[in-house]
Design a protein around this ligand. Sequence first.
Ligand SMILES: Nc1ncnc2c1ncn2[C@@H]1O[C@H](COP(=O)(O)OP(=O)(O)O)[C@@H](O)[C@H]1O
Ligand SMILES: [Mg+2]
Length: 318
Amino acid sequence: MSLLELDDVSVTYKLAGGELPAVRGVSLSLEAGEAVGVVGESGSGKSTLAMALLRLLPRDARISGRILLDGEDVLAMSWGRLRAVRWAQASIVFQGAQHGLNPVHRIGDQIAEPLLIHKLASPDQARRRVAELLDQVGLPGWRAKSYPHELSGGQRQRVMIAMALACEPRLIVADEPTTALDVMVQAQVLTLIRELIATDDISLLMISHDLSVLADLCDRLAVMYAGRVVETGPADGTFTHPYSRALAAAFPTIGDLSSRLAPKGLGGDPPDPLQLPSGCAFHPRCPVALDTCSTVSIELRPAGERRTAACVLAGEAV
Ligand SMILES: Nc1ncnc2c1ncn2[C@@H]1O[C@H](COP(=O)(O)OP(=O)(O)O)[C@@H](O)[C@H]1O
Ligand SMILES: [Mg+2]
């Protein structure tokens, strides 16, 4: 059984002017111990998908499909069960989450909070666990007494990761956890995440618009476009879908053959979800689109070793 299994998950936001389909029929699974990256341009539905996993979406959002966490149906959970699961089984680190720390509480108290709320530790045990967690994320124990403003942005993001680890979740969902950080600090936080998933039995669902961030951290990648997964495959393989190839070209990585073969960059903007193109939503920007692509929408299909792609040309030489 997969640790996380999404089956035909869709999320729609109700707006005054209509319904906005942010996530459209996503099926994806993640095995225990696996690191899966979700990549796509801004607006492709990545954060909506991340929030749907633990039902953290705003009230005006409607979710359909099935989300199984360790075999348990997330969409059918009671609020009480959901609260317990949120820290203890799966936790989320958000983009710029370090700004979400409470400025008037010491960070040690904030890290200890989920442990105490879920009655997983006595105050004494929680204090010891906080020291352990700070050490794990590379911060000295005395930092427990610091207030958020006394830490740098990178240190605050480490605190957020310590909080996410506090209850020993099996799955961490990280939504652009390093995007708000400068390049040096970003590298440090990525190294930390890499160490955590290597040593602990933790699975990672990591979301980024930056393919190079995901490529060397993840075992497998899923590429999203206009709310759909358009490709899945091993992180060290070569992309098949023309959109994935264009993404790879926009973030060239040294030694990655696909980034040299792919079309450079992409013209045009991602589509407006309220006015999605007919057929394959990518066809107006696609460098290799056929006439049929404007009318026929292709489901994910086998496209080589452990790879699927939603393209009419998948399986053939694109
Ligand atoms: N709370 C919301 N209400 C209405 N529309 C939203 C809301 N959050 C996101 N959207 C829309 O849903 C789409 C997907 O957004 P998002 O999931 O944030 O994408 P990403 O994380 O890939 O940038 C976008 O068109 C965005 O404008
Ligand atoms: Mg986002």
